[in-house]
Design a protein around this ligand. Structure first.
Ligand code: GTP
Ligand code: MG
Length: 201
């Protein structure tokens, strides 16, 4: 890592790097989220949605969408000088889900993006992380034109455990995404601390 001038003289800080997954249903804004915060040019694996895929690719609600992620998105954000997140966006469509096990290897936590117009699309991601005890939070991506519901209603509809945080966010907005990512890190740390306590007591 290269440090700026102001860092000269100080011992270099080796940053902690954490892996965060960005999951959720098809077209919910995962690629957008990674692109909004990444300080490196995000690696994308977009393919054009084709006429042939039309019967299986449900674009209702995201009609303007003409590409889809087929492997993953990859980005990086430095939250603090000593804390760097590597972001891995998962493919949304079920036919690419064989990628998930590999992508989730070593992940600290995850954001499950949800769209209130198609909440059921994120059920599978929630189940996936619950089953593997990977800490996650739900980020409701507030698309314009989508009805706004109180957080408690969304929680109930998703049948979320009380300890799982739910935040409203805008996948296009850097600050909003940053807050969401900080939320994941805090939640994962709190979960880890709790687990340690249960082991030692
Ligand atoms: N209005 C609005 N549009 C958004 C928002 N987030 C994403 N979009 C748009 O929604 C579409 C889908 O976004 P993507 O980021 O490709 O979604 P994805 O979850 O990566 O999709 P897949 O990889 O195909 O599952 C794009 O056309 C985005 O420009 C948002 O917060 N508000
Ligand atoms: Mg994508």
């Amino acid at each position: 890592m290269i440090f700026g001038r102001s860092e000269r003289g100080k011992p270099p800080v080796e940053p902690v790097t954490l892996k965060i997954l960005v999951a959720g249903g098809f077209g919910v804004g995962k690629t957008t989220l990674v692109g909004a915060v990444s300080e490196i040019r995000p690696l994308r694996t977009e393919e054009l949605l084709t006429e042939a895929g039309r019967p299986v690719d449900d674009t209702s609600g995201v009609e303007a969408k003409n590409t889809t992620t087929v492997a993953m998105d990859f980005g990086r954000i430095t939250l603090r000088e000593d804390l760097v997140l590597y972001l891995f966006g998962t493919p949304g469509q079920e036919r690419f889900w064989f990628m998930w096990d590999e992508l989730s290897e070593g992940a600290l936590g995850a954001v499950v993006l949800a769209d209130t117009r198609r909440l059921e699309d994120c059920f599978a991601a929630i189940d996936y992380f619950e089953r593997r005890a990977i800490p996650f939070l739900v980020g409701v991506n507030c698309f314009e034109g989508a009805a706004r519901y109180p957080a408690d209603d969304v929680r109930r509809a998703l049948d979320l455990d009380d300890h799982v945080p739910l935040l409203m966010c805008d996948a296009r907005d850097r600050e909003s995404v940053k807050e969401t990512l900080i939320g994941v890190v805090q939640h994962a740390m709190a979960q880890a601390a709790q687990r340690r306590q249960t082991v030692t007591t």
